[in-house]
Write a protein that binds this ligand. Structure first.
Ligand SMILES: [Zn+2]
Length: 435
């Protein structure tokens, strides 16, 4: 801090420039030691290892226990010990108790004081574009635009896309070679480079030459918001296109190589999704449960009656969600059961059926009325914000895709503004925007 301030000291006549930088090379007053919790080691064990006296260890453990359990630390946990230079007694200890929390124990005149501190994050905007040459998974996870992101976070980008477009597309059945996407998303980044939260601000998905747009808009100004197309109509529909999260669906199944027994016995009137046993199954629309139990070849079945003559069935379940019974009301996206292979099934998969007025229909072919438009009183704000967010997509189209506003890359004003530090105690943006 002091050094930073000194750099702005005006250059008075006669002041030698060279002297200003001298403090950079001065020894800091603090010495830091970082210890890593080994296999079978305890927090107390680390304290012993660094020669902290036994009486002090007890006091430190008590201070620790005020906020977290020292016995639940994972192997590899970093424990930072801070000393004043030349003073043998430890001054402060910091323990990373979770990716988002740091426990700080500090020596005071009244003994050890502990506090839990939320890890500070910073926010940036990521621009990415890609084309599907093999499948959506590789088009996102292997996208060079995202090469600076940890792989697990790249997979989460697929989840973000799936949640935005869940009413428009069944990614597992409809994405095909030649499709393309552009995204601008905002993320909270931890000091270790992992993403705490992400939210798509604008997206374009071109599916079979048909572009679908999604612009995030916080209608109620509550941090949740939702997605709208370029005409200002909500992307929400009465039905989700698929009852499973795309990422949970086994890729082998996307290739249509899987044939359940029912296929060979009678015309197949549903959609099959291969997924691991236990994968959560969502109700695709609001409705009332009419069946919850075993029903012949369906095995464990949930059947839901919806408005306008629609009925959905979810078969071969391994088990049911505990709050789902015949007669229960369920909401769109609610977990109703778990993938299994009960009834006539050769492997774990979900058999999903949609019926309209008693006749089976393909969930993809159903014509669902378009979404709610932005109410008139919000249109002015929408028009302004939508233009700005849609324009972000143009940055995704021009490479290089990854436009992080790093402090050290000499980013121009716009990039520098894209980065802001979130006050962990303040109103951080809530989760991805769609429940
Ligand atoms: Zn089936």
């Amino acid at each position: 801090m002091a050094i930073g301030a000194m750099l702005f000291v005006p250059n008075l006549p006669g002041t030698p420039d060279a002297g200003i930088l001298a403090p950079l090379h001065a020894e800091t007053a603090e010495e830091v030691k970082i210890e890593v919790l080994g296999h079978g080691e305890t927090f107390g064990g680390v304290l012993s290892r660094v020669m902290i006296p036994h009486a002090e260890q007890q006091a430190l453990l008590l201070a620790f226990q005020e906020h977290a359990s020292p016995s639940r630390l994972r192997v590899g946990t970093e424990i930072t010990l801070r000393y004043l230079r030349g003073v043998p007694d430890v001054r402060a200890i910091e323990v990373v108790v979770s990716p988002d929390e740091l426990l700080r124990i500090e020596r005071s005149d009244f003994g050890w004081r502990s506090a839990k501190v939320e890890t500070p994050v910073w926010v940036d905007t990521v621009f990415v574009h890609g084309e599907i040459t093999r499948d959506l998974w590789s088009a996102v996870v292997l996208n060079p635009d995202l090469e600076d992101m940890p792989r697990a976070d790249r997979a989460r980008v697929i989840d973000l896309m799936d949640r935005v477009f869940q009413w428009q597309l069944d990614f597992s059945r409809q994405i095909q070679t030649g499709d393309s996407y552009r995204l601008a998303f905002e993320r909270e980044v931890r000091p270790d480079g992992t993403m705490r939260k992400g939210r798509i601000l604008a997206a374009e998905l071109v599916n079979r030459d048909r572009p679908i747009h999604a612009i995030w808009f916080d209608l109620h100004d509550d941090g949740v918001g939702g997605y709208y197309d370029l005409d200002g109509e909500s992307l929400r529909r009465a039905f989700l296109k698929a009852p499973l999260e795309f990422r949970r669906i086994s890729s082998r199944f996307n290739m249509n190589r899987f044939h359940p027994i029912l296929n060979t016995r009678r015309p197949h009137i549903g959609v099959d999704y291969a997924a691991a046993t236990g994968t959560p199954v969502m109700a695709t629309a609001d409705g009332t449960v009419t069946v919850r139990g075993v029903q012949g070849g369906y095995g464990n079945l949930v059947e839901i009656r919806h408005s306008s003559g629609y009925v959905t069935k979810y078969a071969h379940l391994n088990g049911f969600a505990s709050d789902v019974r015949a007669g229960s009301r369920v909401r769109q996206g609610q977990i109703i059961g778990y993938v299994g292979m009960t009834g006539l099934a050769t492997g774990p998969h979900l058999h999903y059926e949609l019926h309209k007025d008693g006749r089976p229909v393909d969930p993809l072919s159903v014509d669902i009325p378009s979404g709610e438009p932005i109410p008139a009183e919000y249109l002015e704000r929408w028009n302004g914000e939508a233009d700005v967010r849609f324009a972000l997509l143009n940055r995704a189209a021009r490479g290089p895709g990854f436009q992080m506003a790093r402090a050290d890359d000499g980013a121009a004003g716009a990039d520098a503004r894209a980065r802001s530090v979130v006050d962990p105690l303040g109103d951080a943006p809530s989760d991805e925007g769609s429940p």
